[in-house]
Design a binder for this molecule. Structure first.
Ligand code: URA
Length: 434
């Protein structure tokens, strides 16, 4: 078999066989297929799609590119969650310790920033020393010992996704249902959780901007999860405006810490509680999601979620003092506040533009493996539907480059749209797929 023939076949819109898909995944994982062929192949998939059979086979090939854990031998039930990617989406940082603090172990393999969307691993690494490359043995030992793990793909777990994910980030090949579904579900299957909650984002700051495609993605992932014997459910949630206020790695981590302390933006806190509620119900700890949400709220209020986050940081080598002394986080050298140029109801805060601006400021990658600037980002002050007075604080930019700061201010200002008429707040959710 030759990789070039497989690329041509997909370019010409033909259906690939299981052998061809496995040939690509095995060859790419071993380094026998170069990045340039993998990029062309990813682009052909993005443009021409895959059938549901091809997507399932791609997912399984990626999951089996490394070890597939069976966590039922480690703890009775483990639950995992994954977001399809959003702007200001720091949910895992609050939900994982909350669900774990309620008594349900969470073993999660997260990702890095992808396009305009941030990644949990990059946010966690803004804590000095925090390790996101645990070995399989470390993953299992930590899950047993403290009931929580947040790590990335390794040479052992879903390595094919680790390589492809980094490549897609910088080759314009993120927005594809088969590539997103296989990326997410291969990680979930390899990490071995018996129950999986998928947070499928919809809107301007999501990879699926319309509800129909988001639902298709959710249905495909739920089907793959169930095929693999995992209890799987998807929430369709809004991503037209940033979730919470902070966008940017260290800024988001600090907002998550604030939420773990019982504060934090209302929309973000509510989202975390709802997601935790579903996870607790899915893992069998709560009778239903409403009772699960109440359990999560109690854990958060009692400081148990924060304490579990501290355990996580300590276990993965991070400097725990950052959890309790937010002032320790390095700040960007230029912090600039921008006021509203007019009064009115906010009708849009374009999440995609805000996410792209955080990347432009240095918070994301332009080339595979590029270092990132943890300190930069944007803090938005309002939500769609809010009445804002002229001269009210609208947003704050954290930057390390004067020119970039100037441009970013204008771009984020343009990302805000006003109306003279009252505007309905955006819903948090559009439905459930189970
Ligand atoms: N999250 C992932 O892990 N992969 C994607 O492709 C998109 C979001």
């Amino acid at each position: 078999m030759r990789m070039v023939d497989i690329i041509i076949k997909k370019r010409d819109k033909s259906e690939l066989s299981q052998e061809e898909i496995e040939f690509f995944i095995q060859g790419y994982t071993k380094g026998e297929i170069p990045d340039y062929q993998a990029s062309a192949f990813a682009m052909a998939i993005l443009l021409n799609g895959m059938t549901s059979r091809e997507t399932k086979e791609l997912t399984l090939a990626m999951a089996h590119s490394g070890e597939v854990l069976d966590l039922s031998k480690v703890v009775p039930v483990t639950v995992d969650k994954h977001s399809t990617g959003g702007v200001g989406d720091k949910t895992s940082l609050v939900v994982a310790p909350t669900v774990s603090a309620c008594g349900l172990p969470v073993g999660k393999m997260s990702g890095r920033g992808l396009g305009f969307s941030g990644g949990t691993l990059d946010k966690l690494e803004s804590i000095p020393g925090f390790r996101t490359n645990l070995t399989t043995d470390e993953f299992i030992q930590q899950l047993k010992a403290i009931g929580i793990v947040l790590t990335g793909q390794t040479a052992d777990l879903a390595p094919a996704d680790g390589k492809l994910y980094g490549l897609r980030d910088v080759t314009g090949t993120v927005q594809s249902i088969p590539l997103i579904a296989s990326s997410i579900m291969s990680k979930k299957i390899a990490a071995g959780a018996q129950a999986i909650l998928l947070d499928v984002k919809v809107g301007l700051g999501a990879f699926m901007s319309d509800l129909d495609n988001a639902r298709k993605l959710a249905e495909l992932m739920v089907e793959i999860g169930k095929l693999m014997g995992r209890k799987t459910i998807a929430i369709l949630s809004d991503m037209n405006q940033p979730l919470g206020q902070a966008v940017g790695n260290s800024l988001e981590l600090q907002e998550a810490l604030n939420t773990l302390r019982g504060n934090g933006p209302e929309d973000f806190r509510e989202h975390c509680l709802v997601v935790s509620g579903y996870m607790l119900a899915l893992g069998g700890l709560a009778k239903d999601e409403t009772r699960g949400k109440k359990m999560a709220e109690d854990a958060l209020e009692a400081g148990k979620s924060l304490s579990r986050f501290r355990d996580l940081v300590r276990a993965q080598g991070g400097d725990v003092s950052y959890v309790d002394e937010p002032g320790k986080f390095t700040k960007a050298s230029l912090i600039s506040e921008v006021e509203s140029p007019r009064s009115g109801y906010l009708r849009e805060i374009n999440a995609c533009v805000v996410g792209e601006t955080a990347v432009f400021l240095g918070g994301g990658r332009e080339r595979k493996g590029d270092p990132i600037d943890y300190t930069v980002g944007v803090i938005v002050e309002h939500k769609v539907g809010d009445w804002v007075k002229a001269d009210d604080l609208l947003f704050t930019i954290h930057a390390n480059d004067k020119e970039k700061l100037k441009l970013a201010k204008q771009i984020i200002l343009d990302a805000h749209r006003w109306s003279d008429e009252p505007v309905k707040p955006l819903p948090l959710y559009y439905g459930i797929v189970d």
